[in-house]
Design a protein around this ligand. Structure first.
Ligand SMILES: Cc1cc2nc3c(=O)[nH]c(=O)nc-3n(C[C@H](O)[C@H](O)[C@H](O)COP(=O)(O)O)c2cc1C
Length: 242
């Protein structure tokens, strides 16, 4: 369990890391967000242009957390991959535990395929640093193919995991059990209703039409969501697993 922060300040990042440390195995620094507001504030992928700052943030967080928790960074690639290699060398030198590489430029949208050839070159410079690939890993086969092409140690995925949180357990679409567990946790923890609605909507993307999900999106509370699910599935077991 890794908590990610957007920050550009070593002291703030270290303090945040310390505060959250009892509940996580490590912290990650977001150096990949391409949104203009983030870049304007010197956050997200703005930081891939400032390796010294990121190195200082890694040092500060490592000092705050000690040796039992990881400190990692997630980056996008530069147009000139020598710059990415130089960036990763700097953070490796100060003890970053792993690096996740979203193999797109900061200007590229998710409709552009990730540049796995570039990632392969980058990874070849860092045989001793664990690296995760990110971008368009939507199935277990995609994960295996990405690892095979690039030589990285693992993959991270985002959009598909929202649709199918059981992806890494080998499921091609969201098993009903996962939706039921999510609703049970949501009820037990009082998760904000809009988030419940949003995530159930995502998880049912492949099993229902947009029109069918309109009733879900029109639901006003958790009871109406459960009623809607009940009309689709006859048996329910909204129990928190022990
Ligand atoms: C709604 C949304 C929110 C995201 N938020 C973050 C974020 O907070 N931090 C981050 O590093 N990347 C964030 N990303 C980018 C993803 O982590 C990932 O790099 C990108 O979607 C490509 O991976 P994918 O093809 O598996 O989705 C977000 C993406 C989406 C769609």
């Amino acid at each position: 369990m890794i908590a990610q922060f957007a920050s550009n300040d070593p002291i703030e990042f270290a303090r945040a890391a310390k505060l959250i440390s009892p509940w996580v195995n490590g912290v990650d620094l977001n150096c990949g967000c391409p949104q203009s507001w983030a870049i304007k504030e010197g956050l997200g992928c703005h930081l891939i242009m400032d390796a010294d700052k990121v190195a200082a943030m890694v040092v500060a967080a490592k000092q705050a957390l000690g040796p039992t928790k990881s400190v990692s960074v997630k980056i996008r690639i530069h147009k000139n991959i020598d710059e990415t290699i130089a960036f990763v060398k700097k953070v490796q030198a100060v003890g970053v535990d792993f690096v996740t590489v979203h193999a797109r430029l900061r200007s590229q949208r998710s409709s552009t395929p990730p540049d796995l050839a570039a990632l392969k070159v980058i990874k070849s410079h860092f045989p001793d640093l664990p690296m995760l690939a990110n971008g368009d890993v939507n199935t277990v086969a995609d994960a295996e193919r990405t690892v095979e092409i690039t030589g990285v140690e693992g993959v991270m995925t985002a959009r598909e995991l929202l649709i199918n949180p059981a992806l890494f357990a080998g499921f091609d679409s969201t098993p009903r059990d996962a939706v039921e567990k999510f609703v049970a946790y949501a009820a037990a923890t009082g998760l904000r209703f809009e988030l419940v609605q949003h995530h159930v909507n995502e998880m049912l993307t492949k099993m229902t039409t947009k029109k069918e999900r309109r009733a879900l999106m029109n639901a006003r509370d958790l009871v109406e969501v459960i009623d809607w699910l009940d009309t689709r599935w006859e048996v329910q077991k909204y129990r928190i697993p022990s």
